[in-house]
Design a binder for this molecule. Structure first.
Ligand code: AMP
Length: 355
């Protein structure tokens, strides 16, 4: 089915966090409804969605009822259990498709996929035990980073190796989980491309943003990123190559390291991305609307940038600054409605127009 979804159609979203919330707002602006599927109580997306199902991903009856109420299903996180996807896909299309999820759920598969496309990635090796780690260190060297293949996010599930002596403790940090060793990239800075592809195969990329992390969590995204025009073209072409190879429908985030030798892909996220939040105040059509348009079979909108923006995440106690931020000039406040403030928890963000 490639006909555009008619007004009033329902988009199912797996996951009810802030991304599901902002996707729901974008859908509502286009006259579409969202139905959130989320195991946790009172998810941020529930405040703004048409319907919410509170059930676990192994509740097949709930998944079937949910899927039957939707015209298409998308997701706001990549670790959706495979069984749940099977149940849903028997009833309704899932966009983006399963291949993008399969690849991005596993760092080893993802690295091999990117390398197969001819894109540069950090040197990497599959680690299953102490012997394979020793062999990989001999090959890749140190400094390097050991990462779990699955379920890593915001720098979690990672251990740095300064030298071969760190091997045993890094392996212990993985708690027996299959992992990959990655050579450490001496990058100048990190950028990301938020790219969209429509059902017809049209591709539109937002201007690349420059990302700064603090304690493994995204702190700011600054637009425009420091990139030469050749690098900017490269970044966009790399993202388009990934989208086409996956026959992707929707928005995808591509994180890149900028090095003197060129751009190196760190990872991809098959969803709207924190480093794309600036688009809400820097573009006519933001990443959330672009994703809703794509998965609904609509044409992509105009995502060109009309302002320079700095996005800053509000994490944990940054919420103490909200009353001051609320009166700051050229600043748009986006809060996620989360009841409880916890250290390291993303509570909201601000977009500051800088030019
Ligand atoms: P990741 O979870 O893979 O996105 O890693 C989180 C952060 O760790 C990245 O944004 C980088 O700042 C850093 N990092 C990850 N992999 C590497 C690498 N191979 N070399 C240098 N820094 C890295």
């Amino acid at each position: 089915m490639t006909d555009p979804l008619p007004l009033g159609s329902t988009i199912g979203i797996l996951g009810g966090g802030q991304l599901g919330r902002m996707l729901s707002v974008a859908a509502a602006r286009l006259g579409l409804k969202t139905h959130i599927f989320e195991p946790g109580a009172n998810p941020p997306a529930a405040d703004v969605a048409h319907a919410v199902t509170t059930a676990s991903y192994d509740d097949h009856a709930a998944l079937k009822t949910f899927a039957a109420s939707c015209d298409v299903v998308t997701f706001e996180f990549e670790n959706v259990p495979t069984d749940a996807l099977d149940v849903i896909e028997a009833l309704v299309p899932i966009r983006p498709g399963r291949e993008a999820l399969r690849i991005s759920q596993d760092r080893l598969t993802e690295k091999a996929f990117l390398q197969g496309l001819g894109l540069n990635v950090a040197p990497f090796a599959d680690i299953t035990d102490a012997a394979s780690l020793d062999a990989a260190i001999a090959d890749i060297g140190t400094p390097s980073i050991l990462k779990t293949r699955r379920f890593g996010y915001d720098g979690k599930g990672q251990a740095r190796l300064r030298g071969p002596d760190d091997a045993a403790s890094a392996l212990a940090d993985m708690n027996g989980a299959p992992s990959v060793l990655e050579g450490f990239i001496n990058f100048n800075h990190e950028v990301s491309v938020i790219a969209a592809r429509s059902i017809k195969g049209d591709v539109a990329c937002f201007d690349p943003g420059e990302n700064v992390h603090r304690n493994g969590i995204l702190h700011t995204t600054t637009i425009p990123a420091r990139l030469s025009s050749a690098q900017r073209t490269d970044a966009v072409l790399m993202a388009a190559k990934i989208l086409n190879a996956l026959d992707y429908v929707g928005v995808l985030g591509v994180e890149l390291f900028v090095t003197p030798k060129g751009l190196i892909v760190n990872e991809i996220a098959p969803r709207v991305h924190n480093s794309g939040h600036w688009t809400q105040n820097g573009c006519m059509v933001d990443q959330f609307e672009q994703h809703i348009r794509a998965v609904s079979g609509w044409p992509l909108g105009d995502g060109s940038r009309y302002a320079d923006v700095v996005m800053e995440n509000l994490i944990g106690n940054d919420m103490d600054r909200v009353s001051a931020l609320a009166v700051e000039k050229d600043t748009a406040l986006h809060l996620y409605g989360k009841a409880e403030i916890k250290p390291g928890r993303k509570m909201g963000h601000v977009n500051r127009i800088t030019r």
